[in-house]
Design a protein around this ligand. Structure first.
Ligand SMILES: C[S@@+](CC[C@H](N)C(=O)[O-])C[C@H]1O[C@@H](n2cnc3c(N)ncnc32)[C@H](O)[C@@H]1O
Length: 287
């Protein structure tokens, strides 16, 4: 049996995401919802070692990435405040995975803010936080906690909405007012999700938040998928996915996607490295 730990978490948060759980799950089955997951998986998989990893998926939602990782042999702990989303993820895992892979997924109801309390003495080989950071009021706490739970030489994978692509996306669809607004309000994502306003990032800001990590992969997601006619995405999904995959790491296009995907590796002896960075410079030599 998999382990599901249901806990009392901050009620307004879990209620908000519980309410949108079914609609979100449906959306992820549509081509435009699915392509972000397919791209995230392809981009991540290219960098992972083949040995079995101990993975933490923070704000794991319906558990799509958790299932792919468990299917590949890794052990995954999902954390999410929404009991509904955890339930959907469990049902999906039982429906889609072999029993041994089902057993490799564990679920804990909780928030990113609580991570150090949930695992005071544990770190993970790989920490995922996909489309979550943008909802959290105090992003300093989020990035600190993700770093705390990542092992030295372990990997952190973050996906956030990218504001630099918004004006182009709206402009190309003829939504001119929204395009102009997107240029003047770059820190806010123009689309509501779960009925919540969320932040948007640009690459420089995101890189600044994860400065302690060695960037090993930086990609865009949905560079062209959002602006093409829906029928193309529907009828030729595989080709669109190949096109997005080929464009995703190209410098020219990387800043224009709907989402940014950062994959970084923590240095060996990261705590020592931090201490040595903080050490004051030596006094000037005399004479
Ligand atoms: C847009 S969904 C993304 C789900 C999944 N990571 C994905 O890529 O499809 C946002 C997720 O963040 C979760 N979430 C919201 N607030 C959170 C918090 N404070 N800590 C951890 N997860 C949170 C929600 O319950 C939801 O599952």
């Amino acid at each position: 049996m998999t382990c599901v730990i249901l806990r009392a978490v901050d009620a307004p948060i879990s209620r908000r995401f519980d309410k949108g759980a079914l609609a979100f799950s449906e959306y992820l089955r549509s081509p435009i919802g699915r392509i972000r997951l397919d791209l995230t998986w392809a981009q991540l998989r290219a960098h992972l070692p083949t040995r079995r990893l101990d993975v933490l998926d923070v704000g794991a939602g319906t558990g799509d990435l958790a299932m792919r990782l468990a299917h590949a042999g890794h052990v995954v702990t999902m954390v999410d405040p929404s009991a509904q989303l955890l339930k959907i993820s469990e049902d999906n895992a039982h429906a889609l995975l072999a029993p041994d892979a089902v057993k490799r997924i564990h679920r804990v109801q909780g928030t990113v803010e609580e991570l150090p309390k949930l695992w005071p003495n544990k770190t993970f080989d790989l920490v995922l936080c996909h489309c979550v950071v943008e909802y959290i009021a105090d992003e300093t706490v989020v990035f600190r906690n993700l770093d705390l739970l990542t092992k030295d030489e372990g990997f952190l994978s973050i996906v956030v909405p990218n504001h630099e692509g918004h004006a182009l996306r709206f402009g190309a669809r003829g939504m001119l007012k929204q395009a102009i607004e997107a240029l003047s309000a770059p820190k806010v994502d123009p689309d509501l999700a779960f009925g919540v306003q969320r932040r948007a990032y640009d690459l420089a800001t995101l890189e600044g938040r994860v400065r302690g990590l060695e960037p090993i992969g930086i990609y865009a997601q949905r560079i062209v998928a959002d602006t093409m006619p829906e029928s193309v995405l529907q009828d030729d999904y595989g080709t669109v996915l190949s096109l997005e995959t080929a464009m995703a790491g190209v410098e020219l296009y990387r800043r224009l996607g709907r989402y940014l995907h950062f994959i970084g590796q923590k240095p060996a002896n990261a705590d020592l490295a931090k201490t040595s960075v903080r050490r004051p410079p030596p006094p000037p030599r005399r004479g």
